[in-house]
Ligand binder design. Structure first.
Ligand SMILES: [Zn+2]
Length: 175
Protein backbone atom coordinates (compact mmCIF):
# COMPACT_ATOMS: atom_id res chain seq x y z
CA UNK A 1 0.00 0.00 0.00
CA UNK A 2 1.14 3.57 -0.52
CA UNK A 3 2.87 5.00 2.53
CA UNK A 4 1.41 7.73 4.70
CA UNK A 5 3.89 10.13 3.16
CA UNK A 6 2.70 9.31 -0.37
CA UNK A 7 -0.89 9.87 0.73
CA UNK A 8 0.12 13.24 2.20
CA UNK A 9 1.83 14.24 -1.04
CA UNK A 10 -1.17 13.34 -3.15
CA UNK A 11 -3.39 15.34 -0.80
CA UNK A 12 -1.12 18.39 -1.09
CA UNK A 13 -0.86 18.06 -4.88
CA UNK A 14 -4.64 17.87 -5.15
CA UNK A 15 -5.20 21.20 -3.39
CA UNK A 16 -4.43 23.37 -6.43
CA UNK A 17 -6.80 21.56 -8.83
CA UNK A 18 -9.40 21.32 -6.06
CA UNK A 19 -9.25 25.09 -5.50
CA UNK A 20 -9.56 25.66 -9.25
CA UNK A 21 -12.65 23.43 -9.58
CA UNK A 22 -14.28 24.79 -6.40
CA UNK A 23 -13.80 28.35 -7.63
CA UNK A 24 -15.06 27.50 -11.13
CA UNK A 25 -18.23 25.99 -9.65
CA UNK A 26 -19.00 28.49 -6.89
CA UNK A 27 -17.18 31.75 -7.74
CA UNK A 28 -17.06 32.30 -3.99
CA UNK A 29 -13.85 32.67 -2.07
CA UNK A 30 -15.17 31.49 1.30
CA UNK A 31 -16.80 28.35 -0.08
CA UNK A 32 -13.76 27.50 -2.21
CA UNK A 33 -11.45 28.01 0.78
CA UNK A 34 -13.69 25.76 2.86
CA UNK A 35 -13.57 22.98 0.27
CA UNK A 36 -9.77 23.24 0.01
CA UNK A 37 -9.28 23.39 3.80
CA UNK A 38 -11.60 20.42 4.33
CA UNK A 39 -9.83 18.46 1.58
CA UNK A 40 -6.52 19.01 3.36
CA UNK A 41 -7.99 18.10 6.73
CA UNK A 42 -9.80 15.09 5.22
CA UNK A 43 -6.57 13.88 3.67
CA UNK A 44 -4.11 14.33 6.51
CA UNK A 45 -6.20 14.02 9.69
CA UNK A 46 -9.73 12.87 8.97
CA UNK A 47 -9.02 10.13 6.46
CA UNK A 48 -9.72 6.40 6.15
CA UNK A 49 -6.50 5.34 7.90
CA UNK A 50 -7.91 6.45 11.26
CA UNK A 51 -8.88 2.77 11.36
CA UNK A 52 -5.27 1.91 12.20
CA UNK A 53 -2.25 3.38 14.02
CA UNK A 54 -1.40 5.67 11.09
CA UNK A 55 0.00 9.15 10.56
CA UNK A 56 -3.56 10.45 10.44
CA UNK A 57 -4.26 8.85 13.79
CA UNK A 58 -1.04 10.09 15.42
CA UNK A 59 -1.67 13.65 14.26
CA UNK A 60 -4.56 13.89 16.70
CA UNK A 61 -1.94 13.98 19.45
CA UNK A 62 -3.53 14.00 22.90
CA UNK A 63 -6.97 13.75 21.28
CA UNK A 64 -6.13 10.41 19.68
CA UNK A 65 -8.33 8.69 22.21
CA UNK A 66 -11.36 10.02 20.30
CA UNK A 67 -10.51 7.58 17.49
CA UNK A 68 -9.62 4.62 19.61
CA UNK A 69 -13.12 3.03 19.55
CA UNK A 70 -13.22 3.70 15.79
CA UNK A 71 -9.99 1.77 15.33
CA UNK A 72 -11.35 -1.11 17.33
CA UNK A 73 -14.71 -1.10 15.55
CA UNK A 74 -13.51 -1.11 11.95
CA UNK A 75 -10.97 -3.45 10.43
CA UNK A 76 -8.17 -1.69 8.55
CA UNK A 77 -9.21 -0.95 4.96
CA UNK A 78 -12.75 -2.19 5.53
CA UNK A 79 -15.46 -0.62 3.42
CA UNK A 80 -16.80 1.20 6.50
CA UNK A 81 -13.62 3.27 6.76
CA UNK A 82 -12.25 3.15 3.20
CA UNK A 83 -15.47 2.89 1.18
CA UNK A 84 -16.21 5.88 -1.06
CA UNK A 85 -19.83 5.83 0.00
CA UNK A 86 -19.75 5.14 3.73
CA UNK A 87 -16.25 6.09 4.88
CA UNK A 88 -16.55 9.87 5.21
CA UNK A 89 -20.23 9.82 6.28
CA UNK A 90 -19.55 7.36 9.10
CA UNK A 91 -16.53 9.38 10.28
CA UNK A 92 -18.54 12.61 10.36
CA UNK A 93 -21.33 10.98 12.40
CA UNK A 94 -18.86 9.17 14.64
CA UNK A 95 -16.83 12.31 15.32
CA UNK A 96 -19.92 14.45 15.96
CA UNK A 97 -21.23 11.80 18.35
CA UNK A 98 -17.94 11.69 20.23
CA UNK A 99 -17.79 15.50 20.50
CA UNK A 100 -21.35 15.61 21.84
CA UNK A 101 -20.54 12.85 24.33
CA UNK A 102 -17.39 14.64 25.52
CA UNK A 103 -19.20 17.98 25.75
CA UNK A 104 -21.98 16.40 27.83
CA UNK A 105 -19.43 14.73 30.09
CA UNK A 106 -17.52 18.01 30.53
CA UNK A 107 -20.73 19.94 31.31
CA UNK A 108 -21.80 17.28 33.77
CA UNK A 109 -18.44 17.21 35.57
CA UNK A 110 -18.35 21.01 35.59
CA UNK A 111 -21.74 21.19 37.26
CA UNK A 112 -20.75 18.58 39.86
CA UNK A 113 -17.38 20.17 40.65
CA UNK A 114 -18.25 23.88 40.52
CA UNK A 115 -21.99 24.23 41.03
CA UNK A 116 -22.05 21.57 43.73
CA UNK A 117 -24.89 19.62 42.16
CA UNK A 118 -25.22 17.42 39.16
CA UNK A 119 -27.27 18.97 36.39
CA UNK A 120 -29.88 16.60 35.11
CA UNK A 121 -30.19 15.40 31.56
CA UNK A 122 -32.94 17.84 30.61
CA UNK A 123 -30.71 20.80 31.62
CA UNK A 124 -27.95 19.44 29.44
CA UNK A 125 -30.31 18.84 26.53
CA UNK A 126 -31.67 22.36 26.89
CA UNK A 127 -28.16 23.83 26.81
CA UNK A 128 -27.42 21.72 23.75
CA UNK A 129 -30.60 22.88 22.01
CA UNK A 130 -29.65 26.53 22.60
CA UNK A 131 -26.24 25.93 21.12
CA UNK A 132 -27.65 24.05 18.12
CA UNK A 133 -30.20 26.83 17.43
CA UNK A 134 -27.48 29.44 17.67
CA UNK A 135 -25.24 27.60 15.20
CA UNK A 136 -28.16 26.83 12.89
CA UNK A 137 -29.23 30.49 12.73
CA UNK A 138 -25.76 31.74 11.85
CA UNK A 139 -24.36 29.07 9.63
CA UNK A 140 -24.82 29.02 5.88
CA UNK A 141 -26.01 25.57 4.76
CA UNK A 142 -23.74 25.79 1.75
CA UNK A 143 -20.76 26.13 4.08
CA UNK A 144 -21.67 22.80 5.71
CA UNK A 145 -21.93 21.17 2.29
CA UNK A 146 -18.63 22.69 1.15
CA UNK A 147 -16.91 21.35 4.27
CA UNK A 148 -18.45 17.90 3.83
CA UNK A 149 -17.55 17.73 0.13
CA UNK A 150 -13.95 18.64 1.01
CA UNK A 151 -13.78 15.98 3.73
CA UNK A 152 -15.24 13.43 1.37
CA UNK A 153 -12.87 14.37 -1.46
CA UNK A 154 -9.78 14.26 0.78
CA UNK A 155 -10.74 10.74 1.88
CA UNK A 156 -11.77 9.65 -1.62
CA UNK A 157 -8.29 10.53 -2.95
CA UNK A 158 -6.85 8.24 -0.29
CA UNK A 159 -9.10 5.32 -1.24
CA UNK A 160 -8.54 5.83 -4.97
CA UNK A 161 -4.77 5.78 -4.47
CA UNK A 162 -5.04 2.60 -2.37
CA UNK A 163 -7.11 0.95 -5.11
CA UNK A 164 -4.79 2.09 -7.91
CA UNK A 165 -1.79 0.66 -6.06
CA UNK A 166 -3.55 -2.67 -5.51
CA UNK A 167 -4.39 -2.92 -9.21
CA UNK A 168 -0.84 -1.93 -10.17
CA UNK A 169 0.63 -4.58 -7.91
CA UNK A 170 -1.69 -7.27 -9.27
CA UNK A 171 -0.79 -6.34 -12.84
CA UNK A 172 2.92 -6.57 -11.98
CA UNK A 173 2.30 -10.05 -10.55
CA UNK A 174 1.11 -11.17 -13.99
CA UNK A 175 4.53 -10.65 -15.55
ZN1 LIG B 1 -5.71 3.43 3.63
Amino acid sequence: MPSGRTHDRVTLLSLGPTAFIAWALTHELTLSALVVGATLFGGVMFGPDLDTASRQYRRWGPFRFIWWPYRIAFAHRSRWSHGLLFGAIIRVFYFTGMVVLLAFTALYLHSVLFAGKASNLSDLLHAWQLLADHVDARLDRRAIWAAFIGLWWGAALHTLLDVLCSIGRRLLDLF
